[in-house]
Design a protein around this ligand. Structure first.
Ligand SMILES: O=C(O)CCC(=O)C(=O)O
Ligand SMILES: [Fe+2]
Length: 348
């Protein structure tokens, strides 16, 4: 808890943060103010960010096909079964499974997420992955949904479920990642069964309907004090019953074969399904999020000369330094060099 004096000194910064992607209700007394949010501050940010997203997306519509655009408009995600030609997919999978590189992991509840950055150094050893992440189709889908000419952060990601005795993985509750659109993409390298913690998305829930906005207003008045950590930090959780009351369709469960690509706007409600058994989900995972209020499409920091191809290691180092300086802890723990599918215990 900050002293009132420190809060007062920081107040210009808290206000300035309104023009950024800052989303934590708990850490910013302006963003989290129940009175301001009752008066419509949060909803105003949601609507303004969305208007900017729509403007930018319009300018990017040549990046994807008309069918994909229509599917995205309707659902909030684009689903591409058999994304790569079979021989290319086989090469990607083979290269991923035989790769070893510097990895990080994070426990969330009883789940463990392992990430290996596909930075330029890793991609030099992984030619099939390099073709994938540089391909216009992959980049076009991610950039359109992300609403920027962004340079996605790309990883080999492995999700191990039920790896320890702990409360459920918090990602298994339906939520929106932030008050604005951002893009996440999954190219599944293994079949995903319904029991194995599949990705779940509520079709159409990326749209700001009148009822969604009323729900946002209501949620924003209590979020700062929520006992749910992620809600307080700006990823609002919602119950399946509340989703139904907002008039959205039943959640779609991505029980999909390998070589399926899903590119989603995580403003829509989504979750990771509960695993009913210990399981491993292996995927190429991409992420793109920028300040939603920016009027331009480019100038992405991750694409700048000294950063391009190194954004993830630089980011990881920055958060390590932040941790040393006691700014914030870095949940992404270094686990040394390992393979994407090495069992967690033997992988350190
Ligand atoms: O991995 C998943 O299935 C979804 C997790 C999630 O909520 C996210 O990555 O934002
Ligand atoms: Fe999420």
């Amino acid at each position: 808890m900050q002293s009132p004096r420190l809060s007062w000194l920081l107040s210009p910064l808290y206000v300035a943060a309104l023009a950024t992607g800052a989303k934590s209700f708990r850490d910013n007394p302006v963003i989290g103010s129940p009175a301001l949010n009752r008066a419509g501050l949060h909803v105003k940010r949601v609507r303004l960010a969305n208007a900017m997203v729509e403007r930018r997306r319009k300018r990017l519509c040549a990046l994807i096909s008309e069918d994909d655009r229509a599917a995205f408009e309707r659902d909030g995600f684009i689903l591409k079964p058999n994304f790569l030609p079979p021989a290319e997919f086989a090469a990607v999978k083979r290269q991923v499974l035989s790769f070893r590189g510097p990895a990080r992991h994070q426990f969330q509840g009883d789940g463990l997420t392992r990430r290996i950055a596909l930075d330029s150094r890793a991609l030099r050893q992984l030619p099939a992955l390099r073709s994938l992440v540089e391909s216009p189709e992959w980049l076009g889908l991610i950039r359109y949904v992300g609403s920027f000419m962004l340079e996605p952060l790309v990883y080999i990601q492995t999700i191990f479920s039920q790896v320890r005795e702990a409360p459920p993985d918090p990602q298994t509750r339906l939520h929106a990642d932030a008050f604005h659109s951002s893009v996440k993409a999954w190219l599944f390298l293994t079949d995903v069964a319904a029991q194995d913690g599949p990705f779940i998305y509520v079709p159409g829930s990326h749209r700001l309907t009148r009822r969604r906005l009323a729900w946002e207003r209501n949620a924003s008045t209590t979020a700062a004090r929520s006992s749910d950590f992620q809600t307080a930090r700006g990823s609002l959780r919602i119950s399946p019953q509340a989703v139904r009351r907002l008039g959205f369709a039943a959640p779609k469960i991505f029980e999909v074969p390998e070589n399926t690509l899903v590119v989603a706007d995580t403003l829509g409600f989504h979750a990771r399904g509960v695993s009913t058994r210990a399981s491993v989900r292996l995927e190429i995972w991409a992420y793109g999020r920028r300040n939603p209020f920016l009027p331009w499409l480019g100038l992405d920091l991750a694409a700048m000369p000294l950063v391009k191809g190194r954004a993830v290691p630089l980011y990881w180092s920055a958060v390590d330094i932040g941790e040393k300086l006691h700014v914030a802890s870095n949940p992404w723990r270094r686990i040394g060099v390992t393979g994407p599918a090495a069992p967690p215990d033997g992988g350190g």
